[in-house]
Design a protein around this ligand. Structure first.
Ligand SMILES: [Fe+2]
Ligand SMILES: [Fe+2]
Length: 481
C-alpha cells in the first residue's frame, strides 16, 4: 500500500524545484507592486526566477503555473501546502479568479528582461477593468510573446489535480494513520491514568505521519474528523483536535519541528480528564455547578500528568503548557483563572482553543450534550464567542472548514445525496463531492463530482442534512469505498 502511494505521489505532487519556482514567483509578484524595476535587489530576484525557469523548462520547452480549486500547480503537479510560501498565495489566486485567469505559461526562450516587464504588468492589473482576452492583447502589444495566459475556463476543463484513483489511495492511507493516532492516544491515556511512565516516541512518529498526509491532501483527514459518533469519542476528540490544529499550523507555514510539537500538544490537551471520575466525563445530562468545578480541574491535572509521566523535552514542555492554557480565553476569562500575571497565551494554546471548541460544539459530546451543525458552530464562534478567540486564526480556520466541511452530507438540487470530500476555497458553495444516493436509494457505485465544474451546473447544494434523520450513517459513506 505505502509503496503504491509513494509512486502516485511522485506523479502528482510537485518536487522541491517546482515549489522553489512558485515561491520565487510569489515574491516577485508582491515586490513588483512596491519596488521600482530598476531596483537592484528586485533585478536579482528576477534573475533568480529566470534561472529556475530555465532549469525546469529544459525538457518540455515551457513551464506552466496554474491555479485550480485554490491549489497551485507547476507543470500540472500539485504544490504541497507546506512547500508554498504564505506570501500572498491566496491573494494571487483570488485576483486571478476575478480576472478569469487560470494560469501562465512561460516558454523557454523568454529573457530575464521580459520576465521583469511581465511581472510589472500583470501585478498592476485591475481585475474590474480587464479580462483574459484584453490582457493577452496587451501582452502582444508589449512584445511579450514568450508568455501565454491561460483562462480559468481552459484550466478548469483540463482539471489538473489528483486523479480519483490516487485520491482514493491517499484516503485509505490517511484512514490508517488516523486510526493509528486514535490507538496511540488511547494507549497514552490508559498509561497516564495508571500513573505509569509513557513512551512518547510512538506518538511523535504518528504525528509526523499526520503532517505528511495533511500537507499533500488535507481533506482526507478532515473528513475523518467530521465523524463525531465514534464509540469512544474521548480519543477521537483528541485526534480530531490534532488534525484540525495541524491543518491550521500548515496554513500558517509553521516549520516541521513546530508542527510536530503542535500536533503532540493537541493530542494531549485533555489528558487531565483521565484523572476525573469517569461518571463525570460520561454524564449524559448537562453539568451542574459542582460538575463544572471538577471539570475545570482538567487543565491543571493534564499539565501535571504530562510533566510527571513523560520525559521532559521541548514536546512535553509545550504539551504541558497547552494542556494548562487551552481553556484560557483571549480576554482572560475561562479557566484556570490566572490571577497574578496576565501573560498572553501562546500560539499553540490559541490554536487549540479554537479547534477544540469547534470539535466539542459540533460533536455535542463534550460539555454540551447537543450537536450543532459545523456552519452554525463557526457562526457562533464568530459572533457570540468572538472575544474568546484570536480573530486571525479563526478566519483561517473558517476558510479551511468552509460552509460545507469535508465529511458533511448534503442534499442537491437534483434530489441526490452527496458526501462532501473537499472544501473548495475559491468557491465554498461548490465543493468536491461523492454522490452516494438519489430518490431511489443508495447508489451501488458512488459518483465523484466537482460541483465547481461547468458540467455540474445542475447540481447545487440545497442544504446540509443530518444523515441519522434519514436512517443513513455518514460513517459508512466516509469509511467505505
Ligand atoms: Fe479541555
Ligand atoms: Fe478538548
Amino acid at each position: 500500500m505505502e509503496m503504491q502511494v509513494s509512486d502516485a505521489i511522485g506523479r502528482v505532487l510537485a518536487g522541491k524545484k517546482e515549489a522553489k519556482l512558485l515561491n520565487a514567483f510569489f515574491v516577485l509578484y508582491k515586490n513588483a507592486r512596491i519596488i521600482e524595476s530598476s531596483n537592484r535587489a528586485f533585478r536579482k530576484q528576477i534573475a533568480g526566477f529566470y534561472e529556475q525557469l530555465k532549469t525546469l523548462s529544459l525538457q518540455s520547452g515551457q513551464v506552466t503555473i496554474k491555479v485550480y480549486s485554490g491549489r497551485y500547480f507547476v507543470d500540472d503537479r500539485m504544490v504541497r501546502f507546506d512547500d508554498r510560501g504564505l506570501s500572498g498565495a491566496g491573494t494571487i489566486a483570488a485576483e486571478w479568479r476575478a480576472l478569469g485567469l487560470g494560469g501562465v505559461e512561460f516558454s523557454t526562450d523568454i529573457s530575464a528582461e521580459e520576465i521583469g516587464r511581465f511581472i510589472k504588468f500583470i501585478s498592476s492589473v485591475k481585475p474590474t477593468r480587464e479580462n483574459v482576452e484584453s490582457l493577452s492583447e496587451s501582452l502582444k502589444s508589449h512584445g511579450l510573446t514568450a508568455i501565454k495566459l491561460l483562462s480559468a475556463k481552459e484550466v478548469d476543463t483540463g482539471r489538473p489535480g489528483i486523479p480519483e484513483e490516487v485520491r482514493r489511495q491517499f484516503r485509505t492511507a490517511a484512514r490508517s494513520t488516523f486510526f493509528k493516532a486514535l490507538a496511540v492516544v488511547e494507549d497514552v491515556v490508559v498509561n497516564t491514568a495508571a500513573d505509569r511512565q509513557v513512551n512518547i516516541s510512538r506518538t511523535k512518529r504518528v504525528v509526523h505521519s499526520l503532517i505528511d498526509h495533511i500537507t499533500r491532501d488535507e481533506s482526507s483527514l478532515l473528513e475523518l474528523s467530521a465523524i463525531k459518533d465514534y464509540d469512544d469519542y474521548t480519543y477521537a476528540h483528541s485526534t480530531n483536535v490534532c488534525v484540525y490544529a495541524l491543518t491550521l499550523g500548515v496554513r500558517l507555514n509553521l516549520d516541521r519541528a513546530r508542527l510536530s510539537q503542535l500536533g503532540f500538544t493537541a493530542l494531549f490537551h485533555d489528558v487531565g480528564k483521565v484523572k476525573l471520575p469517569s461518571d463525570l466525563i460520561k454524564k449524559p445530562d448537562a453539568y451542574d455547578e459542582n460538575d463544572w468545578i471538577q471539570m475545570q480541574q482538567h487543565p491543571l491535572l493534564g499539565a501535571k500528568s504530562i510533566l510527571r509521566n513523560m520525559k521532559l523535552d521541548v514536546h512535553t514542555a509545550r504539551a504541558a503548557r497547552g494542556a494548562f492554557e487551552h481553556h484560557v480565553n483571549r480576554d482572560f476569562t475561562g479557566y484556570p483563572a490566572l490571577r497574578r500575571e496576565k501573560r498572553p497565551v501562546n500560539l499553540f494554546s490559541k490554536i487549540i482553543s479554537i479547534v477544540d471548541t469547534f470539535d466539542a460544539l459540533s460533536s455535542g459530546r463534550v460539555y454540551l450534550k447537543k450537536a450543532i451543525p459545523p456552519d452554525k458552530v463557526l457562526k457562533k464562534m464568530h459572533y457570540q464567542m468572538a472575544v474568546k478567540f484570536d480573530p486571525f486564526l479563526l478566519k483561517i480556520f473558517n476558510d479551511i472548514i468552509g460552509i460545507f466541511p469535508a465529511g458533511s452530507v448534503v442534499l442537491l438540487t437534483t434530489e441526490e445525496i452527496a458526501l462532501v470530500l473537499t472544501n473548495n476555497e475559491a468557491d465554498p458553495a461548490r465543493p468536491f463531492v461523492k454522490i452516494v444516493g438519489n430518490r431511489e436509494g443508495l447508489l451501488p457505485n458512488p459518483v465523484w463530482a466537482d460541483l465547481s465544474h461547468s458540467e455540474q451546473a445542475d447540481r447545487r447544494i440545497v442544504r446540509m442534512i443530518d444523515p441519522a434523520r434519514h436512517g443513513l450513517d455518514a460513517k459508512d459513506f466516509i469509511l467505505n469505498d
